[in-house]
Ligand binder design. Sequence first.
Ligand SMILES: [Zn+2]
Length: 529
Amino acid sequence: MNYKLLLLPITIIIYCTIMNLSKFDDSFIKGIIHILLQSSLLIGLIILVQKSVFRFIIAIFLGVELFTLLSYDSSLSVSLVMSLLNTSIGESVSFIKFNFITILLTIVFLVSLTILPVPKRKPLYMLLSILGGGYILVPSIVSANTLFSSTKYESYRKTGLARGFSNDYISVEYFLNVDIGYRFPAIRAIKGITDSIEFFSQQVELTSTWKNVTSKSSNDDLLVLGIGESLRADNLGIYGYSRDTTPYLSQQLNSISLFENVYSAGTNTWSAIPPTLTKSTGSPDLSKSIINLAKDAGYTTYWISNHAKASHWDFSISAIAEQADHTFFFSNDEGGGVYDIELLGKLKSIIANRNNKTFVVLHFYGSHMYFEDRYPDEYAQFQSDNTILDEYDNSILYTDYVQAETIKLISANKGKYLFFADHGLGSPDGDIPLKHDVRKEPDLSSLKVPFFTFPKVNIFQNIGTKQAISLYYFECIFSKWSKITSTDLTENNYCDNALKSNKVTFIDSNLNKHVSSNEDRKIEIVSVL
Ligand SMILES: [Zn+2]
């Protein structure tokens, strides 16, 4: 017996164990059976192909899923593809640092699967691959007639149809992603890849298509919208966090309206901002952005950003930014080129030189990863064993200062300010601590973001500050706040219904729309699209 020949099967069994840990929740015995059968399939497959170049291709496919599972507790999705493509060289270094162990494990797996010795094709091993193949296919064939008549398939089909897929494509995808995907999780990467291709091929209309825009504001109106970054409401002192991360804002509580149950439209910047700033039906319609709405109402519009400009993959956000009459980017390839306070210098000069109704968007870099780069040294005030949490809270302390200064500047110029964060992050003591919660069903706490207006507002008459508000419908909130409206927002009571709803609506990492359950606003998803 050549013991070296055992190394490859052991590697594959470890891989399958990691990929199928969640199955142990159902039953321990079932978990073991899944792992053994799946390992048989992979071992059989590797022995069948023999050549290391083909083994390497299989390893990459499996390795991607291993990496995304370990780092994000998720399969490959459009969202992850976008974030990875978005990572500039400077960020790559931090990215590797942040995910060092996962990357190392993935590389060890890739190399092992490619170079470890494999036994020759003996009947015993051929039997293994037949067994594994049967494990994948037989249950599907047996359940074929119930598979496609389930309510789960019906809701999957509706989502797919809304995004323009054909019936045939949807059924194949469902079969691979849900049915086979349960027994062989790595196959789900195919959905991430096809969704990304579909996303990139979308054509977008950018010129305004708002109908009958009217505005009740005066000629010297000054509206400023601040968009924060990766900011969890639960980590802010003003929302009851145990650390006082918001000493300045705490002093402002008498002059701001603080909303307590506000949920972002997505779990990362590029998926959250387009549906937040546009009227979305299915996918965001960039022609119906709040920038176009304000322009149609006679405002001169500005977009001041500390995010990367040359980030082609952020194109939907950059496309909205470019709709403004004037855009200023403080960062080129990599976001966070300056500390956020610098944005106020630009705002000051816009205010000083304005002679018309003005609408300014400040796109802060806030608490974007890597937290320690987001604030000057004097804000490094929190210290404990949990360095990452300390750094995150320090970045919020700095944001508190920046927001207080913003309010001061706008107050001195009799303007109106509205602030929210684009999305939160996973709970510090949850499954994906302080990372983007790009799982298919994110925790609601990772969507919960701060939201306030200065001065106090009384715009949401029948909505208290405790009612659940989904930023997915921000165009309606913006309309109430700015007193700019369009028949697109009033017809069929679109905004009244959207704002009255106590449910949480958001887009997941594959751009599917979710509506949460009403009770306790738990994350249980009751309907998809
Ligand atoms: Zn973000």
